[in-house]
Design a protein. Structure first.
Length: 263
């Protein structure tokens, strides 16, 4: 196994240090060190860090961060049904990663993020009557993949959902390339409206990239976010750490960093 610190390895290391809980654990260690040596604010820093570790794993904090970042509006089922009469649209699902080999299937499989997006994209395609497309190659940090995401997802869409992809763009490595390499294909096929499917945390960044590419082509982009919650603040469970809460907080922090970085 090679441990060479190439671009993908450096990016992975940087993200590991920047995303929760790493900064909070470092703060806790610093607070503990100061407390042990009788330095000021050591106890307060330790308590603050431990409280942050708890809260960074909750659905409630994930929801609050999502709202603060600018949560996209939900695309209601009635709105989707109203699009059925328009024949110039397409549903486009953005890739979110695949597993190179899922042993239980004996083949590659979508990650949870991609599977959620694909399931919603299939639902949208069937309710609107619009054809389905997918965009995703081998990402910058996905060096272990042997084939692009789009090929795995095309197989799953056809075999598991019975809905073959009309478009499968397989060369893009990030969100900006998703937009730059897919929208011209759709425009050449006569598409005028694109329902863009991605997670709510990613939608703001995706819209920035897609709307910039869509404007010169005369395309309209309709955000179709997945992963929204109607109420994630109403129960005690929402304030308790969970796997889903931890994943959501990390994802929103990651997308916020990517937005600030202009990626």
């Amino acid at each position: 196994m090679s441990l060479a610190l190439d671009y993908s390895g450096f990016k992975t290391l940087l993200l590991a240090a920047a995303l929760p809980p790493a900064p909070l654990l470092l703060l806790a260690a610093w607070g503990g060190w100061r407390l042990r040596r009788g330095r000021r604010f050591g106890g307060a820093m330790l308590v603050l860090a431990l409280a942050g570790v708890w809260l960074s794993g909750t659905e409630a904090v994930g929801e609050l961060l999502s709202r603060a970042a600018g949560q996209p509006a939900l695309l209601r089922p009635a709105q989707v049904d109203a699009l059925r009469g328009h024949q110039d649209g397409a549903v486009l699902v953005l890739g979110g990663g695949v597993r190179r080999l899922a042993p239980e299937y004996g083949a590659g499989a979508p990650t949870r993020i991609t599977a959620e997006r694909l399931a919603y994209g299939v639902w949208l395609a069937r309710h609107s009557g619009w054809p389905l497309g997918f965009t995703g190659g081998i990402g910058w940090t996905a060096g272990e993949l042997k084939q692009p995401e789009a090929l795995t997802v095309a197989r799953v869409a056809a075999q598991d959902y019975g809905l073959p992809l009309r478009w499968a763009e397989a060369s893009s490595r990030d969100t900006r390339e998703n937009a730059a390499r897919t929208l011209p294909l759709l425009a050449a096929a006569g598409v005028k409206q694109v329902m863009l499917v991605t997670h709510e945390a990613h939608m703001r960044r995706a819209l920035r990239a897609f709307e910039a590419e869509a404007a010169p082509l005369g395309l309209r982009v309709l955000p179709a976010p997945v992963g929204l919650r109607e109420d994630a603040l109403g129960s005690f469970d929402d304030w308790c750490p969970s796997v889903d809460g931890f994943a959501r907080v990390r994802y929103i922090v990651y997308e916020t960093l990517a937005w600030w970085a202009g990626r």
